[in-house]
Design a protein around this ligand. Structure first.
Ligand code: SIN
Length: 470
């Protein structure tokens, strides 16, 4: 399920293992969230870099919550993942001497982000993978088809129920993307409402870390405009873009991990009684980031003339469907890859550009595990439950009540929200009585070291339990 980078790649790899694959996508393949991704893939490719250093940066950004084994796997396998994509025909940006161009982003201690087409990496990768999927005879693509439930009896997943009917499968791989659009102010397309997590949980799978939503520091702040929330990639700051306060002064390290920069911006907005800070792009070459400059101009801004207004917006849900390093969920027959998955690799605060890398490193492993999943003849009854999307009122409530600043009194009313994921986010956000990563709780302003490495896991009974994974 899912036509973004993770779904395309898993389908391809599973088919190459000999599996017959149905790739189901709610939208035409070209319209996935990955297609719009501006960030690149993080991989230790520079001569002065190493997987150990990449792992250290990931652990540092993850604020005491990363699963160490997942981080080591990601960092170790990332360079080969980039190389494999090149061999499959993805053209990453290169330097004049032909070597790969390596960019810098927040929280990275070395240049290690590969891009394609400047800030059009998602488009380049999903475009090439779509061509490869179309050419693979063992893959059937079902576009504009939505999952409405998992075909599960609570103990085994036997496939998926779609709006076009049930589809049985030995293994069902969810690559349905994230849930950051459940927060009204978001950089994500509106479809990123955590549907995969809701379906998986209703079918009997465990979810975890839902209290951790990452807020991207630099989303256009144009309330009321269709351009409000447009992502201004972190790579801009890597190339020298500066954050300025109301009096035009720099106020923070633009290349600190994302939670720290977003926090500094929110503090500054509060201190200045402003609605936003500004990002100064005047020193940057427009040709390097054509889509960013074009988006600013379309929004009526001239980034060559004056700094543009920005403020944090919901960007990435670290939590999701609990899975092991081969994508296996707690519900037999179900796998999860990409943003809908929660392997613990991102901890409380994902390091920039680790998410596309995650899709390929863990996607390859999940494809192999799924392709060799055993079949079962035991009948599984079709469920009666059906997915219902969130309303605009839910998205507004989640943004206001479970945003970067929260406390018990604001979270509690969300426990009665009609959308299950809003309720689950509130449940675990209330249980985590501390401030960590992207959130500051007014009623628990400090990080609690007793909660280092503790994941809030929600099983089918909706009760949260605490687990340590590393
Ligand atoms: C960005 O380009 O700033 C977003 C990339 C990411 O979220 O890793």
């Amino acid at each position: 399920m899912g036509g973004g980078a993770a779904g395309l790649y898993v389908a391809l790899r599973a088919a190459e293992q000999g599996a017959a694959v149905a790739l189901i996508s709610r939208k035409p393949l070209a319209e996935s969230a990955s297609y719009w991704a501006q960030g690149g893939l993080a991989a230790a490719l520079a001569p002065d870099d190493s997987p150990a250093r990449h792992a250290d940066d990931t652990l540092n950004a993850g604020r005491g919550l990363c699963r160490a084994e997942a981080v080591e796997t990601l960092a170790r396998e990332a360079p080969a993942a980039v190389e494999e994509l090149r061999e499959r025909g993805v053209r990453f940006d290169t330097e004049p001497d032909g070597s790969l161009g390596l960019a810098l982003e927040g929280g990275h201690s070395a240049r290690r982000i590969v891009h394609a087409g400047g800030a059009r990496t998602g488009r380049a990768i999903t475009g090439r993978l779509t061509e490869l999927v179309a050419a693979q005879s063992r893959i059937t693509v079902l576009e504009e088809t939505s999952a409405v439930a998992l075909w599960s009896d609570g103990s085994r997943c036997a496939g998926v129920v779609t709006d076009a009917g049930p589809i049985g499968a030995r293994a069902t791989v969810f690559a349905t993307g994230g849930g950051a659009a459940l927060w009204r102010r978001t950089t994500n397309p509106w479809g990123a409402i955590g549907a995969g997590a809701v379906l998986a949980h209703a079918a009997g799978a465990d979810l975890a870390d839902l209290e951790f939503c990452q807020f991207h520091p630099t989303a256009l702040a144009l309330p009321g405009s269709e351009y409000d929330g447009t992502l201004l990639t972190e790579a801009l700051r890597g190339e020298g873009a500066e954050l300025l306060d109301a009096s035009g002064r720099r106020f923070t390290d633009e290349l600190a991990p994302r939670d720290q920069v977003a926090e500094a911006i929110l503090d500054r907005i509060e201190a200045d009684r402003a609605a936003h800070v500004r990002l100064d792009l005047r020193s940057l070459a427009a040709e390097r980031f054509p889509n960013v400059f074009a988006a600013c101009r379309a929004a009526g801004l001239d980034p060559h003339r004056e700094p543009v207004p920005v403020a944090p917006a919901a960007h990435y849900l670290m939590g999701g469907i609990v899975c092991d390093l081969d994508g296996r969920a707690s519900l037999s027959g179900l796998f999860a890859v990409g943003e809908c998955a929660c392997s613990g690799v991102h901890g409380a605060n994902r390091l920039a550009s680790n998410s596309l890398t995650e899709c390929f490193v863990f996607g390859a492993r999940a494809a192999i595990a799924a392709a060799s999943a055993p079949s079962s003849d035991a009948p599984v009854r079709l469920p009666k439950w059906r997915f219902d999307p969130p309303t605009a009122a839910t998205r507004e409530a989640v943004w206001r009540r479970a945003g970067p600043r929260r406390e018990a009194a604001t979270l509690e009313p969300l426990l009665d929200d009609p959308y299950p994921l809003a309720r689950l986010v509130a449940r675990v956000a209330l249980d985590r009585r501390e401030s960590r990563g992207p959130h500051r709780r007014a009623d628990h302003p400090r990080r609690d070291s007793a909660l280092d490495g503790v994941h809030m896991v929600i099983g089918p009974n909706a009760q949260a339990r605490r687990e340590r994974w590393s």
